[in-house]
Design a protein around this ligand. Structure first.
Ligand SMILES: *Cc1c(COP(=O)(O)O)cnc(C)c1O
Length: 362
């Protein structure tokens, strides 16, 4: 059996997907070619691409007026690409809920007049800035929110309804680390972006799902390959897309459909998160610092009360086949990322180890 991999990203992929990719590595469906060797404009790859797009659209119930773009540049690339396309050099409001949205604000400042609408920096990014408290400007071209903060483990359980807050600007969400773990309310979203390497597939692919009316307003300095209009008009093939990453993402989409889709994944993700947080809260040895209403179902940072035990905790975990539990360097402690591809068995094995370690060191 393979170990359980709790990496925050690049992260674990479903084993059947890896097995299928391995089986098709040298010859995809009798074509005599591996997917990496195919022209992106050939019939074979176009069929892979179209299936992946259609499956993603159905999994996330993406409405017809949204375009799905398969891009490159990662989440950090989108921190520049979004303001280049949407800001028109004007105002952008950013909600800072952790390290990733902080980076988004800093990058957008290079292209737009950025204001921080709310921030949880004073409590170390452990609370959820409540929408009612956000300071939104009338002239904002968009409002940026990181709907799941991968490093600090803070997640919005509901997307804000900007219109109800009296704001007519579109909401942009960085959903890199929880896309496909739960449904997305498209009524409340203008644009969603996600690097693939957390919950979709290999690094190198970035998904952008954008409402049509937001396309076509890029600043003149925006690189053509990053202009949403150029990308959309060319079916994500203005330049060579990350073909192999799209193929793997497509296999993950098919796996998700076979699991029952996003609603079924959400139910499993709730069960996994409740099991882990429930134990952490009851234990005397471990602690998660995030306010309960803001706790991420995907990324669970936690601390040992006695941090001198960190190295021995990690060594023991590795021995039991529980990998990559070390916390992000800016936060310290531990972090268990429990994305779609982490089965309940993996979380049960982690909790069993946590209990065992606590008994030996409590
Ligand atoms: C990982 C991550 C990013 C950065 O992605 P890159 O592909 O490294 O650019 C951005 N936002 C969030 C929420 C992330 O989890």
């Amino acid at each position: 059996m393979r170990p359980y991999n709790f990496s925050a990203g690049p992260a674990v992929l479903p084993e059947p997907v890896l097995a299928q990719a391995a089986a098709e590595m040298l010859d995809w469906h009798g074509s005599g070619m591996g997917v990496m060797e195919m022209s992106h404009r050939g019939r074979e790859f176009i069929s892979i691409y179209e299936q992946a797009e259609a499956d993603l659209r159905s999994l996330l119930a993406v409405p017809a007026q949204f375009r799905i773009l398969f891009m490159q540049g990662g989440g950090l690339g989108e921190n520049a690409i979004v303001p280049l396309n949407l800001s028109r050099g004007g105002q952008v409001d950013v909600v800072v809920s952790g390290a990733w949205s902080q980076k988004s604000a800093a990058e957008a400042r290079r292209y737009a007049d950025v204001a921080v609408a709310a921030s949880n920096e004073t409590d170390g990014h452990t609370s959820l800035p409540a929408p009612a408290s956000w300071q939104l400007r009338d002239g904002a071209r968009y409002v940026h929110l990181c709907s799941n903060e991968t490093i600090h483990g803070v997640e919005y359980q509901q997307l804000p309804d900007l219109a109800a807050l009296g704001c007519s600007a579109p909401l942009v969400i960085d959903c890199s680390s929880h896309i496909l773990s739960r449904p997305i309310d498209w009524q409340r979203v203008g644009l969603a972006f996600a690097g693939a390497q957390k919950n979709i597939g290999p690094a190198g692919l970035t998904l952008v799902i954008v409402r049509e009316d937001l396309i076509g307003h890029a600043l003149p300095v925006c690189p053509s390959a990053f202009d949403y209009k150029t990308v959309a008009d060319n079916g994500s093939m203005f330049n060579t897309p990350p073909t192999y990453a799209i193929y793997i993402a497509g296999l993950v989409f098919q796996w998700l459909k076979a699991q029952g889709g996003v609603a079924a994944m959400e139910a499993r993700n709730i069960a996994k998160a409740e099991l882990l947080y429930g134990y952490l809260d009851r234990s005397g040895l471990y602690r998660n610092r995030v306010a309960p209403e803001g706790r991420s179902r995907m990324n669970v940072p936690f601390f040992l009360h006695d941090e001198r035990l960190n190295d021995s905790f990690l060594a023991g975990a590795k021995e039991r086949g529980l990998l990559q539990l070390k916390g992000h360097k800016s936060v310290g402690g531990m972090r268990a990322s429990i994305y779609n591809a982490m089965p309940l068995d993996g979380v049960q094995a982690l909790v069993a180890y946590l209990k065992d370690f606590a008994q030996r060191h409590g």
